[in-house]
Structures are given as structure tokens and as C-alpha cells.
Write a protein that binds this ligand. Structure first.
Ligand code: SAM
Length: 238
């Protein structure tokens, strides 16, 4: 893993390339768990009273279904993503949510236009692994900046489980099976191999927890299905 792999341009291109196969691959690479984990990630926090909910690293809006289920009907969802192809698909996805106010921002999370103290809830699914420590620190600053006092957040990503048997199986799958599936669905091995490399490097959300703890947040670590996914949830203190 080199610094270049965390460069926004590199990550943006990677997701542009993956966009056509991302939904299927995401489902398969998580053994069909990704939908359940998104739902659990949203359900970890109280969002019923939120007026503005930001879905950071929104992709094609994969988390909206679960936000939509729990949020007040007048709540607005703001999706942020910098990948042209993902945002195009997200735009199309808004058609499924005709009664929901959804705003899409094609922006880099680290240079976003969301106003200070204007957001009640931040959700983010499966985008933490492509950030290095420096970027995770920036992410903390951004979430802290945009959240209102008492605003809450829940973030999740796939992780390497601690259980030895699960870990061996999962690592093998990441290293050997996913690239082959990538070849099948996308016609190339390298793109999805990269996702495996990010996941191995990410390991789990303990590092994210450590970085977020430096801030004005009350944080809790969350494990999903024996640590095959992990995340943090928290509240911005007043
Ligand atoms: C793994 S996808 C997650 C999509 C979706 N949230 C989900 O639940 O599947 C990560 C997304 O984050 C976006 N992304 C990564 N770094 C970003 C950044 N710095 N600014 C904006 N979007 C970013 C990518 O373009 C990609 O669409």
C-alpha cells in the first residue's frame, strides 16, 4: 500500500470503474450481509427527529432505503460522493424516493459545502477503508464541523474478523476469490483486488475509534457479525 492509493484521484477513478458492478460485488463480497449491515448501522442511532441527515460517501445511495424507513418524512437526506459514475447512479436512484427530499453533492468530503452546525445525523456505509490516518483525522473534523451539538453519527465498514477460522476464510476470499469475481463481473482482476488490499490494511474500525476519540464526541465501538464488519457510533457533545 502506498500513499498514492489514498489519493482522492486514485480512489475516485477506482469507484468510477467499479460503479457498474459495485452493487452485485458488494453483495457477494459481504456474503449478502451488506444490506443487513447498512440497516443495522442506521438502526444503531436515533434518527427519527433529525431534520438533516448526511449520507457521507453515498455511492449510489445504498443506505437511503434504511434511512428513509426510519427518518421523519420531512427530513432531508444529503448524499455526498465525488465519483462521477456513482453520483450518476445515485441521481437515478433518487427516482425511487419521490416523496423524499434528497440533495446530491458531487464533492470531495474534505472540501464539502455543508454549513457548520447544520446537520443532525451523519451516516456512512463502507467508505472508511480508503482513508489513511491523516484523512480519517480530516473526516473527524468534518463530521464535528457539520454536526449540530447533540447531533449523532454511525459509520460502518467491512473488517477482518478476529476469530481464526473466520479470518483465514475471509482473507482467502478477499485475496483470491474476489479478484476472480471482479474478472467475471468487470473484466479485470486488479480493481477488486484493490478493495481486498484496502480491507486488509483497514483491518477493523479500532483505528477510526482511536482517531475519533480525540474529538468532542461520545464514541461507541460496534461489531457486526463476529467482527466481519465494524464501525463506530457517537454523539457530538454540547
Ligand atoms: C465503498 S463505496 C460506499 C458506497 C455506499 N455508501 C455503500 O453503502 O455501499 C465508497 C464511496 O465513497 C466515495 N468516496 C471515497 N472517498 C471520497 C471522498 N474523499 N470524497 C467523496 N467521496 C468519496 C467513492 O466514490 C465511493 O462511491
Amino acid at each position: 500500500m502506498t500513499k498514492q492509493h489514498y489519493e482522492p484521484k486514485f480512489v475516485e477513478k477506482l469507484f468510477d470503474k467499479m460503479s457498474s458492478s459495485y452493487s452485485r460485488m458488494n453483495y457477494i463480497t459481504s456474503f449478502g450481509f451488506s444490506e443487513r449491515w447498512r440497516k443495522q448501522c442506521v438502526n444503531e442511532i436515533e434518527i427519527g427527529k433529525a431534520k438533516v441527515i448526511v449520507d457521507l460517501l453515498t455511492g449510489m445511495g445504498e443506505c437511503w432505503k434504511f434511512i428513509d424507513e426510519k427518518a421523519n418524512k420531512n427530513a432531508k437526506i444529503i448524499g455526498i460522493d465525488f465519483s462521477t459514475e456513482m453520483i450518476k447512479r445515485a441521481q437515478k436512484n433518487t427516482e425511487k424516493y419521490k416523496n423524499r427530499n434528497i440533495e446530491l453533492l458531487k464533492e470531495n468530503v474534505f472540501k464539502n459545502s455543508i454549513k457548520d452546525n447544520s446537520v443532525d445525523t451523519v451516516i456512512s456505509g463502507f467508505g472508511l477503508k480508503t482513508f489513511n490516518n491523516e484523512q480519517l483525522t480530516e473526516l473527524t473534523n468534518e463530521i464535528n464541523r457539520m454536526l449540530k451539538p447533540n447531533g449523532n453519527f454511525s459509520l460502518i465498514d467491512v473488517s477482518i474478523p478476529k476469530n481464526r477460522v473466520l479470518r483465514i476464510f475471509y482473507t482467502f476470499y478477499l485475496k483470491y476469490v474476489i479478484p476472480i469475481l471482479g474478472k467475471l463481473f468487470l473484466g479485470n482482476v486488479e480493481t477488486y483486488k484493490m478493495l481486498g488490499i484496502y480491507t486488509s490494511e483497514f483491518n477493523n474500525s479500532r483505528n477510526v475509534e482511536r482517531i475519533f476519540k480525540k474529538h468532542n464526541f461520545e464514541i461507541e465501538y460496534v461489531e457486526y457479525f463476529y467482527g466481519c464488519a465494524s464501525g463506530i457510533k457517537g454523539v457530538k457533545k454540547e
